[in-house]
Design a protein around this ligand. Structure first.
Ligand SMILES: [Zn+2]
Length: 75
């Protein structure tokens, strides 16, 4: 698998921080950047590939949501 570019990053449901990467082969993959403190999956180590395309979209949208919240802060 060869990484084409970084698409985004975010926190998945288990609490792990993942990076979202587009590959030359086509599919977008998630790779664990940092294991969440509450994550119970021993396999979620930095560099681990998370094969869950369903989570990828929620990661992308939550990233956009948090970015929007930062810009809309009234003070
Ligand atoms: Zn995890």
């Amino acid at each position: 698998m060869r990484i084409l570019r970084v698409v985004g990053s975010g926190v998945i449901s288990c609490g792990c921080f993942v990076g979202l990467y587009e590959t030359y082969d086509g599919p977008t993959v998630q790779i664990i950047e940092e294991q969440g403190v509450r994550c119970l999956n021993p396999g979620h180590q930095p560099g681990y590939l998370v094969p869950a395309p369903g989570i990828a979209s929620s990661v992308a949208s939550s990233g956009q949501a948090s970015a929007a919240q930062r810009t809309v802060q009234p003070h």
